[in-house]
Write a protein that binds this ligand. Sequence first.
Ligand code: WQD
Length: 341
Amino acid sequence: MKQKIIVTGGCGYIGSHTVIELITHQFEVVILDDLSNSNIKTLDRIEKITGVRPIFEEIDLKDTEKTKAAFSKHADAVAVIHFAAYKAVAESVQNPVMYYKNNFFSLLNTLEAQLQEGIHNFIFSSSATVYGNPKTLPITEENEVQRPFSPYGNTKKIAEEILEDIVKANTGFSSISLRYFNPIGAHTSGDLGELPNGIPNNLMPYITQTAAGIRKELQVFGDDYDTKDGTAIRDYIHVVDLADAHVKAVKRLIHKEQEQALEIFNLGTGNGYTVLEVIQSFEKITEKPLNYRIVGRRAGDVPALYASTKMAKEKLGWETTLGIDDMISTSWKWEENLKNE
Ligand code: WQD
């Protein structure tokens, strides 16, 4: 019998790559997704890559009764991975109510429904944004958590606090919160990747869309940071490596290997790249010159973020295998494939 995992937001960018890794590791997957920022065609793509079509329930997790019904139908699940959330930083600054409502209603309905069904393992999709502007680098899980700049980021910080309370109150309930650094890249097949909705906010989709002629030029936000070339440093991580960490985290929970009821892990490579280094690598790998221009800093950006990977390596037994060149080449392959859609 395959073990069943409920994946909320499983049609989204990180969710869909995780579904592929779960299927590859012989789990049965149930996706709960309202398709508000994803596409039903993702199910075809998952099936093409894995040969298996995951079970799919189209459901808005803000709806308490429908969420309970879906969990009662899949009460035999052994764990939940919760990706479903809004994630656009600038949009959250414009519309905090929408962000707090969506991200917390879905989180709380999911937790309530799974507790009711006795599903005791929960993996949360968190973010390095909870570290704010870190005082020391690389960032370990012990680094101080700060109030994030954006309502989006704050939903991640508060969600982790909610989880602290829930594991205390519910004996046997275990959770792992995974703090992602900067996920980029696409499936190596070229059949699955990020489906940007409107004008991208993030660097990599903006780069590939500029190179593809969809955007006129990339704006590089600030070259006066205290870094080697003045542009900001981030820890970019391949989405397939990131997905693999979720499988490791699921197994850790199922096999009851966790040392605390709520564990937190950074997911990054430990390597920081500046914006200009990413652009140069892109130009080298694709042999396409990129039209870019340096402009002022973007509000809320911090100079440098990169992870300490020690804890994830020691406790999850997880290490990244794909480097910046793989991240760029798969992102570009996906962008080129999108043209043929
Ligand atoms: C990376 C670097 C920009 C766009 C955000 C969220 C975080 C996480 C990932 C999302 C920065 C620069 C970017 C552009 C640029 N969660 N840049 N021109 O800001 O590190 O993290 O996305 O779901 O919570 O905050 O990622 O890709 O936007 O930016 O120069 O057009 O690229 O200034 O230095 P960020 P990013």
